[in-house]
Design a protein around this ligand. Structure first.
Ligand code: UDX
Length: 442
């Protein structure tokens, strides 16, 4: 199939490369000239394991190309995937201006039947809005206008394993009211379904949109739930890891997404929880549970600060090392990263903040110029009053505990990801605090 992808950011570029690899002819469109220039000269402008190699392969054989010309991209495509950003607005809802603009422009330029697929995460009424703006544009064009068929096809990819999640998904979800769109989406995904054997859920547009919202909100709820349980474990001397293990053996609960810690971040969960809450309220249902989910998540950063204060009393004028900046390992993405919130709070209190991350320090330099950056975790810890682990990178998990103790000024470790062996850390002479590892102190 001939496919165009509008917006070659994280979701768009991975989707484009994977669909090209499955045998489609894909054109990636972006209005960011610097990003296009980088992609045309063969550079993937962000860190995602395996993506550079995949992009090299599919650009070399001509199945993926890039353009800045929307008319050309529309002319090429039987199916246009919209993967533009939907950044959060101050009121909690997403900013849908970019997606609206793409729909209008596709309607302006279409010369034959085309399917417009929203892949960006959007509230469950966006499809209807897109249909409205497209119809208005078609009325303006009159008899000249070609049909634009709207569909929703949410993505469920995780950063760091985005290529695998996209190429071998757990499920494919798409929704549309149009027979032609459904047929074309079946054709787009036929090679993937044949290769992976994943289930396909065909729905209408609002149901597909809601599946995405409900999935991410449910996962975020699970994380806040286990973090709340961890806070109780801290108080009663219980071990959150074993609690999670014991719960997970119940087949109805399962083991995934029960790792307690400093809280979730990233480009999806925080924004999507806000957007779902906002959508629910705007249609007259107060989904207060999601408010609680956000508050528990923000509270986890406070839990770490409280543990630091318990150990150090005043934080002003002290030096604290933060190991890990990215919101999770395997990415350089700092969006909503707990480490960044923590560093900001500490800087505000007059702390000297030192930070280590294997790939994300460039972004930290821009976001927080006052943070001192280190490319070696032990050097970052040298002489510090305490260290906080904010991302469970392998380089941090595998630190030698005696060397860590020797490096620190005071031997205080707040392990915000429970990624060190707590008992071994204590045996090495460290004052070790995990999240929900109260059993170590009792
Ligand atoms: C998420 C969804 O998983 C994906 O389906 C969706 O399309 C986009 O949002 P992503 O943000 O890349 O993907 O990261 P994910 O691996 O899901 O982790 C999200 C956050 O939860 C991270 O900050 C991670 O550290 C945290 N997390 C995850 C935990 O704290 N504990 C866990 O057990 C799992």
């Amino acid at each position: 199939m001939n496919i165009s992808i509008v917006g070659v950011g994280h979701v768009g570029l991975v989707t484009a490369a994977v669909l090209a690899d499955y045998g489609h002819t894909v054109m990636g469109l972006d209005d960011d000239a610097a990003k296009l220039e980088a992609l045309r000269s063969g550079d993937v402008p962000f860190f995602e394991p395996g993506l550079q190699e995949l992009v090299d392969r599919v650009t070399a054989d001509g199945s993926l190309a890039f353009t800045g010309d929307l008319a050309r991209a529309v002319d090429h495509a039987e199916v246009v995937f919209v993967c533009v950003g939907t950044p959060g607005l101050p009121g909690g809802g997403p900013d849908l201006r970019f997606i609206e603009r793409v729909a209008v422009e596709v309607a302006q330029h279409a010369t034959r039947d085309v399917v417009l697929v929203e892949k960006s995460t959007v509230p469950a009424n966006t499809g209807a809005r897109l249909t409205q703006v497209i119809e208005r544009e078609q009325q303006r064009r009159g008899s000249d206008a070609a049909a634009v068929h709207v569909a929703s096809n949410p993505e469920f990819l995780r950063e760091g394993v985005a290529v695998k999640d996209t190429a071998e998904p757990d499920r494919i979800v798409y929704g549309t009211a149009s027979d032609l769109a459904r047929e074309r989406l079946r054709e787009v995904y036929a090679p993937m379904v044949a290769a992976v054997g994943c289930p396909v859920v065909e729905t209408d547009v609002p149901t597909a949109e809601l599946i995405k919202h409900a999935s991410n909100a449910f996962l975020a709820t699970r994380l806040s739930f286990i973090n709340a349980v961890a806070n109780v474990c801290d108080k009663v001397g219980a071990d959150i890891e074993l609690v999670a293990q014991g719960m997970g053996h119940d087949a109805r609960i399962g083991h995934a997404f029960l790792q307690a810690g400093i809280g979730y971040g990233g480009s999806c969960f925080p924004k999507d929880v806000d957007a779902f809450l906002h959508l629910s309220r705007s249609v007259g249902y107060d989904f207060g549970l999601l408010d609680e989910v956000r508050q528990i998540n923000a509270g986890q950063r406070q839990v770490v600060l409280d543990k630091l204060r318990d150990e150090l009393w005043h934080l002003t004028d002290k030096t604290i090392a933060i190991l890990g900046a990215a919101f999770k390992p395997g990415t350089d993405d700092l969006r909503e990263a707990p480490a960044i919130y923590l560093a900001e709070a500490l800087l505000e209190e007059g702390v000297t903040v030192r930070m280590y991350d294997p790939v994300a320090l460039g972004g930290v330099a821009t976001a927080l110029p006052d943070v001192k950056l280190f490319d070696d975790p032990l050097v970052a810890c040298r002489g510090a009053h305490a260290v906080v682990i904010a991302t469970e990178w392998e380089q941090i998990r595998s630190l030698d505990l005696s060397e860590l103790k020797a490096a620190l000024g005071y031997p205080i470790v707040i392990d915000g990801r429970n990624c060190l062996d707590g008992r071994a850390a204590m045996d090495a002479g460290l004052h070790y605090h995990g999240i929900g590892r109260g059993h170590l102190r009792s």
